[in-house]
Write a protein that binds this ligand. Structure first.
Ligand SMILES: Cc1ncc(COP(=O)(O)O)c(C=O)c1O
Length: 349
């Protein structure tokens, strides 16, 4: 039997609780809860042919459409197989075995995953306990001249908390030798972006995804932005056809229906307010969020509440393995929030 690399032997297995979700009220993965723009499916039906499926993917038109939508030149981004591939390519380009990589805790699990697969030494900085605020000062104090990457989700999953441009600049200036990733998976719900800093900061990397507000998680498509010189190197470390033709086509229609996404994000932000009201009314502590989900305190019964909600067809995500007693719920529409609270009232002890 061949022996795996030590880095892989050491890793804890990651198993997302992701089967049997279809048909349920999916408030567990921060996806779009109503579906992507109908124009995406229309476009796919119109464009798909036997020949399209025969040919290896071509990205020219997708690159043009993305450049126009994000207002960023084509040599300043990579199209990626979701944010996950963006993280992987960034790590593979900048971090070697035993290199120092900083992440926050709790945060999106894939930062640690890809850093560990690469054999990097991961250091984790905790979010502030009382209010789950981003620990700007302690992060800056922990950055070393040898730190190869700093991976930040803004707003953060699962805390929902975010930092502004001033703090992002402070971090960039404190880490001139590191690749600083600002993962903006929830940008559409927050409205603050580091994208416009790219020309100024050669150590800045920004990722966006079509998995959340755009409602295309199954497609696996995202974008990773940085200065052209960085993009050239990352391109070398990326598989040439990692984004499939369906995704490359779908995204062209998605960015043309800007109104659809803007309306969805507006609804989700309103639904988030309804969640706050509902939690306040029931005396349940929650953490104000800049994303399309809210983390709330369910106490010792977090897992039992998640399971009881599931039996009523409502999926939420237990996070008590990293923040004891907490559960995360996605904000979709007002009607879905109402259904969530009806189910919650039936299951609360
Ligand atoms: C912070 C963050 N980044 C990225 C992702 C996933 O991105 P993708 O589907 O683009 O790989 C998630 C999904 O939960 C997330 O919370």
């Amino acid at each position: 039997m061949p022996k795996p690399r030590p880095a892989v032997i050491k890793m804890a297995p990651y198993s997302p609780p992701s089967s049997g979700r279809e048909g349920k009220l999916r408030l567990d993965f921060n996806e779009n809860t109503v579906g992507c723009s109908p124009r995406v499916l229309q476009f796919l039906r119109q464009k798909l042919s036997e020949e399209q499926l025969t040919i290896y993917p071509e990205y020219e038109k997708t690159r043009e459409a993305l450049s126009l939508y994000f207002q960023i030149p084509e040599n300043q981004f990579l199209i990626t197989n979701g944010t996950d591939e963006a993280i992987q390519v960034l790590i593979n380009t900048y971090a070697d075995n035993n290199d120092d990589v900083i992440i926050l805790r709790p945060s999106y699990a894939m930062y640690k995953f890809y850093a560990e697969v690469a054999g990097a030494k991961v250091r984790e900085i905790s979010y502030r306990k009382s209010d789950l605020a981003f620990p700007v000062k302690s992060l800056i104090a922990k950055i070393r001249p040898t730190t190869k990457a700093v991976l930040i989700s803004n707003p953060n999953n699962p805390t929902g908390t975010a930092i502004g441009i001033g703090d992002i600049i402070r971090i960039l200036e404190a880490a001139p030798n590191s690749a600083v990733l600002i993962d903006e998976a929830y940008y559409e719900f927050y409205g603050v972006t580091a994208l416009r800093l790219i020309d100024q900061y050669p150590n800045l990397f920004v990722s966006r995804t079509f998995s959340k507000a755009f409602g295309m998680a199954a497609m696996r498509i995202g974008v990773l932005f940085s200065q052209a010189g960085n993009v050239k190197f990352m391109h070398k470390a990326q598989s040439p056809y990692s984004v499939n033709t369906l995704a490359a086509l779908a995204v062209r229609a998605a960015v043309e229906d800007k109104t659809y996404v803007e309306n969805y994000a507006l609804n989700a932000v309103e639904a988030r307010d309804r969640l706050y009201e509902g939690f306040t009314k029931r005396g349940i502590k929650y953490y104000p969020s800049q994303a399309n989900f809210v983390l709330f305190e369910a106490g010792q019964n977090a897992v039992a509440i998640r399971d009881a909600l599931r039996s009523k067809g409502v999926l939420v995500r237990d996070r008590s393995y990293e923040l004891p007693g907490t559960v995360r719920v996605t904000a979709g529409t007002a009607a879905q929030v109402a259904r969530f609270f009806r189910a919650l009232d039936e299951v609360l002890p």
